[in-house]
Ligand binder design. Structure first.
Ligand code: ATP
Length: 278
């Protein structure tokens, strides 16, 4: 297991600039998610503060991706509540009953959240530029000229200034993922969800993509919820790591602590296996 001075594992960033009195940006309250009889998440409670970057770790099938998909409203919440900036995302309690929120309210909250997927999920029939400007224009109502200007500066930021007119299918996986990051950032999200964004990439381009995300972490105050197998990256950018097992958080803490001195046996076993194979 690496030590805090291991040069392959960069030191974590400073704590997120947040105060405990502030409303959390993300709040899970008694969340339950089941697929049929399979209860994936049970009585799950956690909060993420403004500007905080939290990495979810845990064995395959522990529900990490499901958590991100619930925040993105790509999965239906089967129990409990999720709050974004204190506002209910999918359901709220009214007169003692759990009732769905209106689609309009949900859509408004959704615009504050961006997600980057393992498989890029770009629109193949659109150019790179069209992929990036589509949502800012049609969802946020931005003037086309502004959206295009912003898209070009984002393409510059992700190192693809000359690919605006290319189609995603003509790009490598690493390039497609960089476009997907630019597309997510084009919405100026308050929350960025990163779901195993390097898992489908060739090893030699993983570092480039992670460096772009490191820069985003360094230069913005965007709140991040991250699922990754890249433990060095997790340690580098996260303020907090949460270890999941059996649909619950078994341990959470500063990456320094979790990666070097985990307390829970499940965390020790998981990190031993993962870092042992790195
Ligand atoms: N659409 C679905 N229909 C049925 N079951 C699902 C669906 N999506 C996820 N599951 C189940 O939910 C559980 C949690 O899956 P999830 O992908 O969230 O885990 P994970 O921790 O992200 O795993 P991994 O590290 O392998 O990606 C698994 O048992 C999975 O089979």
């Amino acid at each position: 297991m690496p030590t805090p001075t291991d040069p392959t594992v960069p030191a974590p960033r400073e704590a997120a600039p947040s105060s405990s009195a502030e409303t959390p940006v993300i709040e899970f309250t008694d969340v339950e998610k089941r697929f049929g009889d399979n209860v994936v998440l049970k009585d799950l409670n956690f909060t993420v503060s403004r500007g905080e970057r939290v990495t979810l770790i845990g064995p395959s099938g522990s529900g990490k991706t499901t958590i991100l998909r619930l925040v993105m409203t790509l999965e239906e919440l089967t129990g409990g509540y999720i709050f974004i900036d204190g506002e209910p995302l999918t359901h709220e309690e009214r007169n003692g009953k759990r009732v769905p929120v209106s689609k309009k309210r949900q859509k408004a909250l959704r615009t504050r959240i961006g997600m980057v997927f393992q498989q890029f999920n770009l629109f193949p029939n659109m150019t790179v530029l069209e992929n990036i400007i589509e949502a800012p224009i049609h969802v946020l109502g931005r003037p086309k000229k502004d959206a295009i200007e912003h898209a070009h500066s984002l393409l510059e930021q992700v190192g693809l200034p000359d690919k605006a007119d290319a189609h995603p299918t003509s790009l490598s996986g690493g390039q497609q993922q960089r476009v997907a990051i630019a597309r997510a950032l084009a919405m100026d999200p308050e929350i960025l969800l990163l779901d195993e964004v390097t898992s489908a990439l060739d090893p030699e381009v993983v570092g480039d993509v992670l460096n772009i995300l490191r820069e985003v972490a360094d230069t913005t105050n965007v709140t991040m919820l991250i699922v990754t197998h890249e433990m060095g990256f997790a340690r580098d950018v996260s303020h907090k790591v949460m270890m999941f097992d059996g649909g619950r958080v078994v341990e959470e803490g500063h990456p320094d602590k979790i990666f070097t001195n985990p307390e829970h046996e499940r965390t020790q076993k998981f990190l031993g296996a993962v870092l042992g194979h790195n």
